[in-house]
Ligand binder design. Structure first.
Ligand code: OAD
Length: 237
């Protein structure tokens, strides 16, 4: 019987740039305006919970009016012919809204919150994660377990619980596609190393790529036109 090939797509902020969302490390990016140690680290949370709650409230509210772009839509449409898993570093929900059905959010999700847990506590369980859509939370607002609610975001200094699942997906890929990530943040940046040495790796990014591997085909373009080119390449093969 015909079996669909497995296409694993690793995305970063660049896939959402044409939807009007800031990337992090490009000029004008989020980390040029804000210090990630302040707004995206567990130490930053401990230092000023109210500041982080407001920072992510603003991002969450701002997400409401953003729309998936052609790149998100093309990735979703590839499910017709491929067994597609999206591994995204993005905390937006544009892959979901474009129709992708298998998505691993490595760095959490903006539209969700969960109880904060103490320093030596167990990690959160999926049952504790609450979908608040584009709503806001406040300092003093508690989860059902009595703890302060926090954004469902993986901050610097925290574990990345979904990495094991992501590694399994990359290990079993027939094709790996990487879109719009500077590959600066680990463990996500090292995921491609788990790919079978015989499979092709495509990277869509308008800038030079930071990794060098003979298998890499660099489509030097923004995500929307790069995805069109990638789909054409697949059709030719
Ligand atoms: P970066 O801002 O580090 O990288 C964005 C990449 O997208 C760069 O390689 C750009 O060249 C590329 N790019 C820019 N515009 C593009 C476009 N229109 N189409 C395609 N590519 C484009 O963002 P990430 O690699 O996603 O984590 O950053 C990784 C993590 O660092 C984020 O998930 C976030 C951040 O700290 C946390 O906050 C935990």
């Amino acid at each position: 019987m015909y079996k669909k090939q497995k296409l694993v797509v690793l995305t970063g902020a660049g896939v959402s740039a044409e939807s009007g969302l800031d990337t992090f490390r490009d000029s004008g990016g989020l980390w040029g305006k804000y210090d990630p140690q302040v707004v995206a680290s567990i130490d930053g949370w401990r230092a000023d919970k109210g500041l982080l709650i407001n920072f992510y409230n603003d991002l969450r509210v701002g997400l409401k009016d953003k729309q998936p772009n052609k790149a998100h839509l093309l990735i979703a449409s590839l499910e017709e012919k491929y067994n597609v898993t999206v591994i995204t570093q993005n905390v937006d929900n544009l892959h979901e809204r474009a129709g992708s059905t298998r998505i691993i959010h490595l760095h959490g999700e903006l539209t969700k919150v969960r109880p904060e847990l103490g320093e030596y506590d167990r990690t959160y369980s999926e049952k504790e994660v609450i979908d608040i859509g584009y709503g806001t939370i406040a300092l003093g607002e508690k989860a059902p377990n009595g703890q302060q609610l926090r954004p469902h975001i993986v901050w610097f200094g925290e574990a990345v619980p979904k990495i094991e699942k992501a590694i399994e997906e990359v290990e079993s890929a027939d094709i790996l596609l990487i879109v719009g990530t500077s590959l600066q943040v680990y463990p996500a940046a090292g995921l491609y190393r788990y790919a079978d040495p015989h499979i092709p790796i495509y990277i869509i990014d308008p800038k030079d790529v930071s990794i060098h591997d003979g298998r890499i085909v660099h489509i030097k373009a923004v995500a929307t036109s790069g995805m069109e080119e990638f789909v054409q390449k697949l059709e030719k093969n």
